[in-house]
Design a protein around this ligand. Structure first.
Ligand code: UD2
Ligand code: MN
Length: 493
């Protein structure tokens, strides 16, 4: 029933050793049956829903690199045991050049004993999850392709609502709610239907609360799919032909990262939609660290992938990513002309359309006056978020002109924001804090009185000055003249 596994004290040393192999509690996973039962975590309204008898069937594609035996085969078992046989066309396992012996002949022999066709494809060399998924997709025969990570557990009724939604609208890409399988105890914990996918300036995928406008659109019915700006990436279903039409994946992306935002932007901007189907629940082991190597270096690979998606899909809004990630502009991202041509041929909408219509609560403001540093021209000190977290005070530091922690945007809503935090003066005479942006103005409203855009002026919060001991701050447009340009003053609105 998805309960936690507790390892006795005298085995905990061993447990810690084994943890390092996959960055999850392998000992716990190995103690759990491959076909363990799970609680039914669905909303009551989901349990009684009736889906059409005729639904498209699906191929399930699972890519893996050095995955553990028990997690991989528990994923497979849960797919087989909890999918109506008529809807499960096949399971395709794509081995991304794993080095572990048990993933070779033993795996092949094991899957032969299963009652659903399971094919194993092997990448000749380490290719990363994106190209591995492309390989699996190309070999698949189902009407729908469902991608899963190799450490998932599907729950009762997970598949029907996904396929039913695609049957209703073949251009909808659908994700289940991703439940949490603890990396420590393998306890199964229900995910929330009240969060959806977003991203920050660094292009990290993040969960954010489902906004009121989306609750209103669904008239408060939480069993209806949530339109989500982005997806986490690992677990989703897509109509097979639509996957082709919309441009599959960017095969120029390596190893891990970025492909989820790339697909999210592409689907929305090119006429499709992306939803979390809240009646479908699939568990996933979320890890705190990656267990495998990144040929080329973790940072380099992720920056390259992110540059590819920023260059193709984000138009000038890529400036937010570039200015907050110093050095990233130096990363070679290869050739994206094929992806740009795809964007042309599909007549996709601009990123500003996406921000306005799909993600108005985005961390990247659709309209803003300025993006750059906030400098006190007398002292040459700059506002600096100091890498601090929510609810801490904003700092000051010598201006370094490198972006990063010294980047702020003065938005059309008159917020001063640094990534997903806004300067806030809710504590009377207290320090200026960085809090979640609430879009309600109030304590997050800043007036800026410079006469020329980008010129010097005073930024004042309601009743409190921005700096602890200073009355005002000089305001200067971004210092960098090299590409990418950071200033766009002020946008039309
Ligand atoms: C999340 C996604 C993941 C992917 C990633 C961004 C979920 C639950 N997971 O990270 O699917 O979108 O964000 O890229 O949404 N793998 C390979 N070859 C590699 C590296 C990984 O086959 O070179 C496999 C790996 O064994 C796993 C899958 O790809 O089955 C995803 O990798 P992960 O589990 O490390 O990614 P995760 O969950 O942190
Ligand atoms: Mn994963």
């Amino acid at each position: 029933m998805g309960k936690a596994v507790l390892i006795p004290k005298d085995e905990q040393e061993k447990m810690k050793e084994l943890f390092k192999i996959n960055q999850f509690n392998l000992m716990a996973s190995d103690l759990i049956a491959l076909n363990r039962s799970l609680p039914d975590v669905r909303l009551d309204g989901c349990k009684t829903k009736v889906y059409p008898e005729e639904l498209p069937n699906t191929s399930v594609v699972i890519v893996f690199h050095n995955e553990a035996w028990s997690t991989l085969l528990r994923t497979v078992a849960s797919v087989i045991n909890r999918s109506p046989p008529r809807l499960l066309r096949e399971i395709i396992l794509v081995d991304d050049a794993s080095e572990r012996e048990f993933l070779k002949a033993s795996l092949e022999n094991y899957v032969k004993t299963l009652e659903v066709p399971v094919r194993i494809l092997r990448m000749e060399q380490r290719s990363g999850l994106i190209r591995a998924r492309l390989r699996g997709a190309a070999a698949s025969k189902g009407q729908v392709i469902t991608f899963l990570d190799a450490h998932c557990e599907c729950t009762l009724g997970w598949l029907e609502p996904l396929l039913a939604r695609i049957k209703e609208d073949r251009k909808t890409v659908v994700c289940p709610i991703i439940d949490v399988i603890s990396d420590d105890t393998f306890e199964y914990m229900a995910g929330s239907d009240m969060t959806y996918g977003g991203f920050n300036w660094k292009l990290n995928f993040r969960w954010y609360p489902v906004p009121q406008r989306e609750m209103d659109r669904r008239k408060g019915d939480r069993t209806l799919p949530v339109r989500t700006p982005t997806m986490a990436g690992g677990l989703f279903s897509i109509d097979r032909n639509y996957f082709e039409e919309i441009g599959t994946y960017d095969a120029g992306m390596d190893i891990w990262g970025g492909e989820n935002l790339e697909m999210s932007f592409r689907v929305w901007q090119c006429g499709g939609s992306l939803e979390i189907v809240t009646c479908s629940h699939v568990g996933h082991v979320f890890r705190k660290a990656t267990p495998y190597t990144f040929p080329g270096g973790t940072g380099h690979v992720i920056n390259k992938n992110n540059r590819r998606l920023a260059e193709v899909w984000m138009d000038d809004f890529k400036d937010f990513f570039y200015i907050i990630s110093p050095g990233v502009v130096k990363v070679d991202y290869g050739d994206v002309s094929v992806r740009k041509a795809l964007r042309e041929s599909l007549k996709c909408k601009p990123f500003s359309w996406y921000l306005e219509n799909i993600y108005p609560d985005s961390q990247i403001p659709r309209r803003y006056y300025s993006l750059g540093e906030i400098r006190n021209v007398e002292t040459n000190q700059c506002l600096d978020n100091m890498g601090r977290k929510e609810n801490e005070k904003v700092g000051f530091f010598n201006c370094h002109g490198m972006g990063g922690n010294q980047v702020f945007s003065y938005t059309a809503d008159k917020e001063i924001r640094t990534d997903d935090l806004c300067l806030d003066v809710s504590r009377l005479n207290g320090p200026v804090l960085m809090l979640k942006c609430h879009h309600m103005r109030g304590n997050q409203l800043w007036e800026y009185d410079a006469e020329v855009p980008g010129g010097s002026g005073t930024a004042r919060g309601t009743g409190v000055s921005l700096a602890e001991s200073r009355d005002c701050l000089g305001w200067k447009s971004p210092p960098r003249s090299q590409s990418p340009p950071c200033a766009r003053c002020p946008p039309c609105h």
